[in-house]
Design a protein around this ligand. Structure first.
Ligand code: ZN
Length: 562
């Protein structure tokens, strides 16, 4: 078969009027269906239509991110952002019709109960009354993203955007690290009033949506929108408590050791990204060399990863180089009509390039492995499960990192990866805890929110000291965490997933091929089950189960000789 090229993807702008007509026809047929075969027939047609819209959505997002200065791409994105709530409304109509059907149990027997659980939450999270609010929410989050993307920060005689400035955060020279952090936070301080205003409006808007749906506050709606099926707020709260008890002391120990290694009396916030005095490992060579190393690594891993990476590379489904006008960050999306994912990143010559590539390739491989699953809802899992796929591949790649770094640097990279993976757990919990406070008390003033972040950070990150950097020292740190503005409550997902990824790491240290096989099988299961069920099916312990953290922490301590 000839290689599929990105330019072969013919995405068509969805005709929502036509889709509205088809939706009412599907609903009529569902209501009239007397057997499961008839329902499955409608489901098949609806899946096909949804796949075409999802491909459009991905294509709009990808082409805009590849060049944010392209006026046509921007207009397309804005139009699609504005149209989205209507598409959601149409999908909810079909979901409701399926949920209300007397043959629901029989259909669930055929396609799995998970689809119904997802649809139930999606129906509960939407009402035509909040359609305008949803469109306004898109506008506000887009304004936040564009504000951050617009940053032009002078540093060391050059002007940088936020992603380019970030590479100085791990510079071996302390003055450079401090200087770049100062430049970063000075910019945030200048934008402080606007950042506060946008967030204030977002909180009020989200609280209002929750009230319109008859809920007390946004927390419950946030959980519905994140499609949390087999756990709830109380489970997350207990999990965070365990991180406080078990992980925070370990991280405090790691930070103290880091200060000692760096020869510092006191580790300041701007020292945290530098783990060793000689500097963090950097991938050898340029962008092409890094891609070639990735090819070598995936070829050695087997399970079709190498062939898959080659197809993505040759088809133009990787966009990894840093370019003017390109959006920041990294992500993976997919074109379901062509059963092909797409990976986006901004290589800047730091170890982060390898971390992002192996992470996003985990998402890409999973979505590719699940492309044949139906209903379409199963191609991706819910977020916390998706992050298990990606964060685990970062660890499963360990034996093949020499290709990127050379043997000596690769060994240092592994230790740092583990240390940073552990220290991420309390940070992620702090972000999650903060959001529960924010949406639980929606009338807080911006000053009270900053104070709340400070109090939360003091519990989870007691070693963190911002010293003379006034803006984060007063509690503004959370405003650079994009998820807090864009996707409320999407953060504990990384912490839950990292807890699972660390289990894959520990397993691979004992039996690499069994761990890799279990990961591949998990990828093939896609989103066909809720989080804890997927985790258990892979032979892992749920993060909510007693003793889950203890086991991985013991292994990590042994590996790091603590
Ligand atoms: Zn991810």
């Amino acid at each position: 078969m000839p290689t599929l090229l990105l330019t072969d993807i013919e995405a068509r702008s969805p005709d929502l009027d036509e889709l509205a007509e088809r939706t009412s026809a599907w609903c009529t047929r569902i209501a009239a269906a007397h057997d499961v075969a008839a329902l499955e027939g409608v489901l098949g047609e609806w899946d096909e239509a949804r796949a075409a819209v999802e491909t459009w959505d991905a294509w709009v997002y990808v082409t805009f991110s590849q060049d944010t200065r392209d006026a046509e791409a921007r207009a397309r994105r804005e139009a699609w952002d504005a149209a989205q709530p209507r598409w959601t409304e149409l999908m909810v109509e079909v979901k409701r019709a399926l949920l209300e059907h007397p043959l629901r149990a029989e259909l669930a027997g055929r396609v799995g109960a998970q689809a119904f659980s997802l649809w139930e939450l999606e129906v509960l999270a939407f009402d035509p009354r909040i359609k305008d609010d949803l469109a306004q929410e898109s506008r506000l989050t887009a304004a936040y993203i564009e504000l951050l993307a617009s940053a032009r920060i002078p540093f060391q005689g050059e002007t940088h955007n936020l992603s380019a400035l970030a590479k100085f955060r791990q510079d071996p020279e302390r003055e450079v690290r401090l200087g770049s952090e100062r430049a970063h936070w000075d910019w945030f301080a200048q934008q402080g009033a606007e950042l506060d205003r946008l967030f204030d409006e977002l909180v009020a808007l989200r609280h209002g949506m929750a009230r319109s749906l008859g809920l007390a506050d946004y927390v419950e709606l946030g959980y519905r929108r994140m499609a949390r099926i087999d756990y709830g707020r109380a489970d997350v709260e207990r999990f965070r408590e365990r991180v406080l008890e078990e992980v925070v002391p370990l991280c405090a120990e790691l930070r103290a050791r880091q200060a000692e290694a760096l020869g510092l009396e006191r580790l300041m916030a701007w020292d945290e990204p530098l783990l060793e005095p000689d500097g963090n490992p950097r991938p050898l060579g340029d962008h092409d060399r890094c891609v070639a190393a990735a090819q070598e690594a995936f070829d050695s891993m087997g399970h079709g990863l190498g062939e898959f990476f080659r197809d993505m590379r040759e088809g133009g489904f990787l966009d990894l180089e840093i370019r003017p006008g390109k959006a920041g960050g990294g992500f993976c999306t997919a074109f379901p009509t062509h059963r092909m994912p797409f990976v986006f990143s901004n290589f800047n010559g730091t170890k982060g390039d390898v971390e992002v590539l192996t992470h996003e390739m985990g998402h890409a491989f999973q979505s590719h492995a699940s492309q044949g699953l139906r209903p379409l809802d199963y191609i991706w899992a819910t977020y916390e499960s998706c992050e298990v796929h990606s964060m685990s591949l970062e660890f499963l790649c360990w034996p093949h990192l020499d290709a990127f770094f050379g043997a000596e640097q690769a060994q240092r990279f592994r230790r740092m990866h583990l240390i940073e993976g552990l220290c991420f757990l309390p940070y992620g919990c702090a972000v999650d805890h903060f959001q529960h406070e924010v949406y639980g008390r929606p009338s807080m003033t911006p000053e009270e929110r900053h104070a709340t972040w400070l109090a939360t950070a003091r519990r989870y990150l007691p070693w963190q000291d911002w010293g003379e950097l006034a803006y984060p020292a007063r509690g503004g740190r959370w405003q650079s965490q994009r998820h807090v503005y864009r996707t409320p409550f999407y953060y504990i997902d990384y912490v839950l997933a990292q807890t699972c990824a660390l289990q894959f790491w520990a397993w691979a240290e004992r039996d690499r091929s069994a761990a890799t096989e279990a990961w591949v099988a998990l990828c093939h299961r896609g989103g066909s089950a809720p989080f804890q069920e997927l985790v258990r099916s892979a032979g892992l312990t749920s993060p909510f189960a007693e003793g889950c953290l203890g086991d991985v922490l013991d292994r990590a301590r042994a590996y790091l000789e603590l």
